[in-house]
Design a protein around this ligand. Structure first.
Ligand code: SAM
Length: 444
């Protein structure tokens, strides 16, 4: 496949994502019929890289362009792609990076736009040519850190300014910078070795694929340190039912939540099934598990995951967790791993930081409260609600618990084995994904 087709696919996918398409769907479409593994890897890298560094590249574009406000999105996307190849990837010759982006700019806006893109990318290239560190040569395009800390951090670390301001106010400068760096670091692939499987045997099987395997952030986890494509990972996991992809902090959180729980258990927001599979392996086989989710497509993925891991004894039902078909007091335990902004897992989703909206956080809190109130109805007296989100935001954690108390949900905090009733895993302190977990007991 030609270099041109790879750039075309990446550019088209990025524009689809800009219009609201999900990353995975756009990526699948872009990779459809791309067979060469190197072309597949480069297409995925271009898409992910431009999404991740979008704001940093835009800062460069806006400072080199005379009228940045007039740049159409198709041209801007061609420029972002060009900058990613010029400034971040090290194996693309500069002339190829420039020429391919100029061609895409012409497609988006005709000859005048290709001239503009050519001029801009060549100016950037002249500025960095021969320099060891291209970013040092571009230092002056960024805000003065001393005068505009939030502006500087949001451009340099490529995050939305409102999110950076929020984190600065809540966590301070040191934690915020560590969090931003964490979100931009390549996430290691962390695998959980399910109970009943031997980590040493699993590690040996993974090493046979030629990748480096080390112990992960949890007793039963393994990390693959080399960068892997989705294809490679899929191939490696296909014959290994004892392995699921799960961050170390999520493994710890699931175990902390699950200590001493009884069945029957409802997993209320279950797809794609990581925690269901983990719980199934932790709990006795006679503990009935029902898993529901509102998204049929995600449930299909969940069924594939259950089949791959030979996970049996889980009834999978498509249902809205706010209005379930089950009677009062049906369950002894409900796990609510609820929908949220996902600000604890942004390093896995380069598109996620642009999708999170400040206004949505309060709506998310309301949705989580509605799900938890339904969970309270479904629990028998003395039953447990295990509440979790992969969010760093209090609206999707502590505030949900406060609101449940205010509305008289009849749920009281219950301490885990460590004496805490609420736990947070923070990336800047704990190193893994951000996660919030709480255990609540149904009164009565
Ligand atoms: C954080 S994900 C769950 C991840 C899952 N527990 C795991 O470990 O793989 C949240 C899920 O909530 C689902 N969801 C959102 N609103 C829902 C609702 N009203 N009822 C049930 N599921 C819902 C989403 O489709 C999504 O799959």
């Amino acid at each position: 496949m030609s270099a041109t087709v790879v750039r075309d696919r990446a550019w088209t996918a990025l524009l689809e994502i800009e219009r609201g398409e999900g990353l995975e769907t756009a990526l699948d479409r872009a990779l459809d019929t791309v067979t060469d593994p190197r072309d597949r890897a480069l297409t995925a890298e271009l898409i992910r890289g431009v999404l991740q560094w979008r704001r940093r590249y835009d800062r460069v574009i806006d400072s080199f362009a005379r009228h940045p406000g007039r740049i159409r999105i198709g041209v801007r996307m061609a420029l972002r792609l060009g900058l990613h190849q010029l400034l971040t990837l090290d194996r693309i010759p500069p002339h190829a990076a420039v020429d391919q982006s100029v061609r895409l700019a012409r497609r988006a806006g005709g000859p005048s736009q290709s001239g503009f893109a050519n001029g801009l990318l060549r100016s950037v290239h002249r500025r960095i040519e021969g320099k060891n560190d291209p970013w040092l040569a571009l230092e002056s395009v960024f805000q003065d850190r001393g005068k505009d800390l939030a502006g500087y951090l949001s451009s340099w670390h490529s995050h939305p300014p409102w999110l950076v301001r929020r984190w600065l106010a809540r966590h301070g400068e040191e934690a915020t910078v560590a969090l931003l760096e964490h979100n931009n670091s390549p996430p290691p692939v962390e695998l959980h070795v399910l109970p009943g499987y031997d980590p040493a045997i699993e590690a040996a099987a993974l090493s046979a694929f030629g990748h480096d395997v080390v112990a992960g952030g949890h007793a039963a986890s393994l990390q693959l340190t080399s960068r892997l494509t989705r294809d490679e990972l899929g191939l490696m996991l296909a014959g290994r039912p004892g392995l699921i992809v799960q961050d170390g902090s999520v493994q710890q959180a699931t175990e902390w939540l699950a200590a001493g729980v009884a069945g029957p258990l409802l997993d209320m927001c279950a797809a794609p099934g990581g925690k269901t599979i983990h719980l199934r392996a932790l709990l006795p086989q006679d503990c009935a598990i029902t898993a529901i989710d509102i998204e049929p497509r995600r449930l299909e993925r969940m069924k594939d995951n259950l089949a791959r891991t030979l996970c049996e004894g889980v009834a999978v039902v498509a249902a809205d967790g706010c209005r379930t078909p089950f009677g009062d007091g049906t369950f002894a335990t409900v796990l609510l791993d609820g929908p949220c902004s996902g600000t604890g897992v942004l390093r896995h989703h380069p598109d996620g930081r642009w999708r999170v909206k400040a206004e949505a956080l309060e709506d998310n809190r309301e949705r989580l409260v509605a799900l938890a109130l339904e969970a309270a109805r479904l629990l028998r007296p003395g039953g447990r609600l295990l509440f979790a989100t992969c969010s760093l935001e209090s609206e999707e954690g502590e505030e949900v618990l406060v609101e449940l108390g205010r509305r008289g949900a009849g749920l009281i905090p219950e301490s885990g084995a460590d004496g805490d009733d609420v736990r947070r895993w923070n990336p800047w302190r704990d190193g893994g994904d951000g996660f919030f977990a709480a255990r609540l007991l149904k009164e009565g």
